[in-house]
Every structure is written in structure tokens, then in C-alpha cells.
Design a binder for this molecule. Structure first.
Ligand code: PBG
Length: 325
């Protein structure tokens, strides 16, 4: 036989030599939730092992993240007070702004990305300003821009708009440039589907919509070509990194996006993906480490160069120990 694929599978050394996908902890981003209050580290019921931290205990959590070998975090804020326009999102003493100032001072070696959206801050839980029951695109753009600017002024290294309003990357790029933050990159949640996989996050961030759903702004998961349109628009508007979200059910979209653009592509393995693996592992039905490694590799193999995951600390540890390549 001329061709015997098994020749390159005979032992671990040759398998490692010919491996096509290699993972690197520097491409991991760990999402973390910050709440108002003091001395709070409360576990999120639907995401065992993930916590909401108050700002005073945040540095301890950040040091653990850095010690685990993860260098990038994505911050989500949960304010005490919400209102119809989500004014906590851009407040000088808003939760993310306070968290950033503390984090940059106490743990300056981490890279801080912030999620820019209104849903954690609005009393109705939608990702923008309402006009009746509809989220008004044009009214929402200026508040998103204001929010992104206030994050950067508080120390964010990168901003990541996740609201799915049309034209938000352009207004954020414009306001950052006008304020001389020309070198702050934008990671756009460009391809974000309306997904049931966000369920546990909405419990964590107390951000479930009070009525209706997000289908008038997030994408319909039956669509593939529409992803190309969203990506193209965000590239034109000045996005630096394009994100696809969720990850696991959308690897076809990750692949196509990675093949069609020259920008870095990130994939967000969301709360529901974490919760499913965690629950099955806790029941003893799957091997957690093996499943997490296999799913993470699949996202990189599909073409993502960056992975946002609640398993970032564990993955970084397994990478360091050579348990995942
Ligand atoms: C804010 C936002 C959401 C997530 C990231 N940013 C929730 C949503 O759109 O409802 C989901 C993250 C996750 O599920 O892990 N809009």
C-alpha cells in the first residue's frame, strides 16, 4: 500500500510533529462579571465555577487569572440601578469604569477588553434605547459610542460592541478617533446569532429582556450568507477583530469568516456551551478535561485565532502541562 495514514499516527511523537492545529494560551480571553457591593464573590448558579466579583475582591481574581497563564480578560458589568436608557453604562463611576480603574492599577499586566452593550444597564433588558417595543437603532448609536469612550477613558485596552445595532462600529471608531484614542482596537461581535446558548449569561448578568426577544437585532441562526454581510459591513466600518458567537454550533460560520477576511477572527464559546459541559461532567457522564480540549481545538481548527471561553484558566493550565497541543 502506498498510502497508509496510520504511519503518522504510530506514537505521540510523530502525532505531535504532524499536528495541524496548535493552541496557545496567549489567544485565550476569559470573560468575568463585576458587581456593585463589597466583599462579594458569588457563584453563578447556572455556571458552576464562575463568579460575580465586587471591585474590592476583583484584583485577587485577576491575579489568579494571570497566574493560570491567561493574559486577556473581557469585563462585564452588572450595575445596582437600571433605567430605561441604561445610563449606568457610561457613568463616570459606573461598575465597569470603577472595575477598570482598580484592575489597571492593581493588575496592570493583563489586557482589558470591555463588552459594550446596554442590556445589563436597561430596566427592560434590551440592548438599546426603546421606541415603543422596538429597539431604536439611531437613538442607540450615540449611547453606545459614549459608553465605549467612557470605558477607554477608564483604561480599557480594547472595546467589544455586542449590541448588534447597525453602524455601531463606525460611530465607536469615530468617537475614539476624535478623542485621540486612534490606537484602541475594536473587536466587533459582528456575527452574533439570537441564541438560546446565552441563557446562563443572562442569569449571570441579570440581563434577560423583560418582554419579547432579541430577534429584531441579533441574527437568525438559519442564515449563513447574512454572516458575510455583517462581516463585510464591520470590516468597512473599521473593526480590527471580527467575532463569531456562539462557537460550537457555528463552526461553519467561523470557517467561512476566517477564509473570507484577513482580519483576526475570534469565536466566543458562550455560557450555554460552558453550562452543558459542566453539567454533564458533574453528572459523571463526560470527561470534562477531554471534552473541553476537544471542543476548544475544534474552534481553532475551524479557523478562529482567538477563543473567548469560561474555561480559559483550565485550558491555559492544560496547555502549560502539555495535555493539549
Ligand atoms: C450582551 C452580551 C451577551 C453575551 C455577551 N454579551 C448576552 C446577550 O446578547 O443576550 C452572551 C455571552 C454568553 O452567553 O456567554 N449583549
Amino acid at each position: 500500500m502506498n498510502n497508509r495514514p496510520r504511519r503518522l499516527r504510530g506514537n505521540a511523537m510523530v502525532r505531535n510533529m504532524v499536528r495541524e492545529t496548535r493552541v496557545d494560551a496567549s489567544s485565550l480571553i476569559y470573560p468575568i462579571f463585576v458587581v456593585e457591593g463589597e466583599n462579594i464573590k458569588e457563584e453563578i448558579p447556572s455556571m458552576p465555577g464562575q463568579y460575580r466579583y465586587s471591585v474590592d475582591v476583583l484584583p485577587r481574581a485577576l491575579n489568579e487569572i494571570a497566574d493560570a497563564g491567561v493574559s486577556n480578560v473581557m469585563l462585564f458589568g452588572i450595575p445596582k440601578e437600571k433605567d430605561s436608557v441604561g445610563s449606568g453604562a457610561w457613568a463616570e463611576d459606573g461598575i465597569v469604569q470603577k472595575a477598570l480603574r482598580t484592575a489597571k492599577k492593581e493588575c496592570p499586566d493583563l489586557y482589558y477588553i470591555t463588552d459594550v452593550c446596554m442590556c445589563e444597564y436597561t430596566s427592560h433588558g434590551h440592548c438599546g434605547i426603546l421606541n415603543g417595543h422596538d429597539v431604536d437603532n439611531e437613538k442607540t448609536l450615540p449611547v453606545l459610542a459614549k459608553t465605549a469612550l467612557s470605558h477607554v477613558q477608564a483604561g480599557a485596552d480594547m472595546v467589544a460592541p455586542s449590541d448588534m445595532m447597525d453602524g455601531r462600529v463606525r460611530v465607536i471608531r469615530t468617537i475614539l478617533d476624535q478623542n485621540h484614542y486612534t490606537n484602541i482596537p475594536i473587536m466587533s461581535y459582528a456575527v452574533k446569532y439570537a441564541s438560546a446558548f446565552y441563557g446562563p449569561f443572562r442569569e449571570a448578568a441579570d440581563s434577560a429582556p423583560a418582554f419579547g426577544d432579541r430577534k429584531s437585532y441579533q441574527m437568525d441562526f438559519h442564515n449563513r450568507k447574512e454572516a458575510r454581510k455583517e462581516v463585510m459591513l464591520d470590516v468597512e466600518e473599521g473593526a480590527d477583530i471580527i467575532m463569531v458567537k456562539p462557537a460550537l454550533s457555528y463552526l461553519d460560520i467561523v470557517r467561512e469568516t476566517a477564509q473570507s477576511i484577513s482580519l483576526p477572527v475570534a469565536a466566543y464559546s458562550v455560557s450555554g456551551e460552558y453550562a452543558m459541559i459542566k453539567a454533564a461532567a458533574q453528572a459523571g457522564w463526560v470527561d470534562e478535561e477531554k471534552i473541553v480540549c476537544e471542543t476548544a481545538v475544534s474552534v481553532y481548527r475551524a479557523g478562529a485565532g482567538i477563543l473567548l471561553t469560561y474555561y480559559a484558566k483550565e485550558l491555559a493550565g492544560w496547555i502549560k502541562e502539555g495535555r493539549i497541543g
